[in-house]
Design a protein around this ligand. Structure first.
Ligand SMILES: NC(=O)c1ccc[n+]([C@@H]2O[C@H](COP(=O)([O-])OP(=O)(O)OC[C@H]3O[C@@H](n4cnc5c(N)ncnc54)[C@H](O)[C@@H]3O)[C@@H](O)[C@H]2O)c1
Length: 338
């Protein structure tokens, strides 16, 4: 569970943004709030001072989660919405986080979830297009490499797609990379941040250890093992949970951390940057038009997509393996909506 200090660090709002005379009203909606990720994510968002109103929606159980979370002694109001009240849940939302859908069981890849989750995400995106077309949408539901293009295509069909406001949440890969690298180098994860680019599944996850201060010194077999662990760390959790699901608590932490960064950008804070999977020009000429790299966040969502910088020879190989798989995943998502 997060320490109060950690929560404060994410939020760290400047006093300029939180003058008592003009409080900023930020409604955040969680779609899939009753699930393994949705519940702890809702709790963490309740603890985020940048969230003034929390709207919890699920086809099962959201009013109960809302009643529970609403007793936490922070300022935001919390309302739960049941299955047939999606539109009300979305009304006025500035940020919409989507962890709705089924998780993996042992032996499954994220792509195995496509058949179930594609239609869930498409239908939720259609409702967002109708009710909250200018909201920032943060997609957690897997396979992220395909669900983000599905949301984009659905919004496009409705004539409301703004690439600056759609994000695939790859923060868990960034969180894992920092944690695993810290473990190897006996450092504090706060000092071992790693930029993770590409997508969010297996070989499409490309950690740029050569650009991390403690990462450069990891070589040979240790390097191979670390990269593999960052790419397939999710499998450790799926196996340990023995069929009861995938990462939920660390994912809720990562989702709340990313939502806080988006909110800080929307509130005008400068220099907020993190990797996230967005519509991107970086590899569009190779048919890969969604890609995760360092993105600066601002008042309109995506402010600036940063280039990937210099790669080591190993990272060039990882990127070469990532791109064709990512391209397939993106095309599969687009084809689903076409
Ligand atoms: N991006 C990441 O890094 C990452 C990490 C872990 C898990 N995930 C993904 O997140 C998703 C959720 O995982 P979980 O462990 O919370 O699963 P879960 O089964 O515990 O919860 C999913 C919730 O979604 C709800 N739901 C289903 N259809 C819905 C709909 N149409 N509208 C609203 N809610 C709906 C379910 O009722 C359930 O409460 C999965 O797809 C999983 O693969 C992503």
């Amino acid at each position: 569970m997060l320490s109060r200090a950690a929560l404060r660090t994410w939020a760290a709002p400047s006093s300029r943004l939180f003058s008592s005379s003009s409080p900023r009203l930020t409604k955040v909606a969680v779609l899939g709030a009753g699930g393994g990720i949705g519940q702890p994510l809702s709790l963490l968002l309740k603890s985020d001072p940048l969230v003034t109103s929390l709207s919890l929606y699920d086809i099962r159980g959201a009013p109960g989660v809302a009643a529970d979370v609403s007793h936490v002694d922070t300022a935001s109001e919390v309302i739960g919405y049941s299955a047939d009240h999606l539109d009300q849940a979305l009304e006025g939302a500035k940020v919409i986080v989507i962890p709705a859908g089924v998780p993996r069981k042992p032996g499954m890849t994220r792509d195995d979830l496509f058949n179930t989750n594609a239609s869930i995400v498409r239908d939720l995106a259609a409702a967002v297009a109708r009710v909250a077309p200018t909201a920032c949408i943060l997609v957690i539901s897997n396979p992220v490499n395909s669900t983000v293009p599905i949301v984009a295509a659905t919004l496009e069909k409705a004539g409301v797609f703004d690439p600056a406001r759609l994000f695939g949440v790859t923060t868990l890969d960034v969180v894992r990379a920092a944690r695993f690298l810290a473990g190897l180098s006996s450092a504090n994860p706060a000092d071992t941040a790693v930029t993770v680019i590409g997508g969010h599944s297996g070989a499409t996850i490309v950690p740029l250890l050569s650009q991390a201060s403690h990462g450069k010194s990891v070589q040979g077999e240790a390097y191979e093992k670390l990269v593999h662990r960052i790419q397939f760390g999710g499998d450790e959790v799926v196996q340990a949970k023995e069929g009861a699901g995938s990462a939920t608590l660390s994912m809720a932490y990562a989702g709340a951390k990313f939502a806080n960064l988006v909110l800080r950008g929307l509130n005008g804070e400068k220099g907020v940057m993190t990797p996230t999977f967005v519509k991107s020009p970086l590899f569009a000429d190779q048919g890969v038009d969604f890609f995760s790299s360092n993105v600066e966040l601002g008042v309109n969502g995506v402010e600036k997509i940063h280039p990937i910088g210099e790669l080591s020879a190993e990272e060039e190989k990882l990127l070469a393996a990532c791109l064709p798989e990512l391209k397939k995943n993106i095309e599969k998502g687009k084809a689903f909506v076409a």
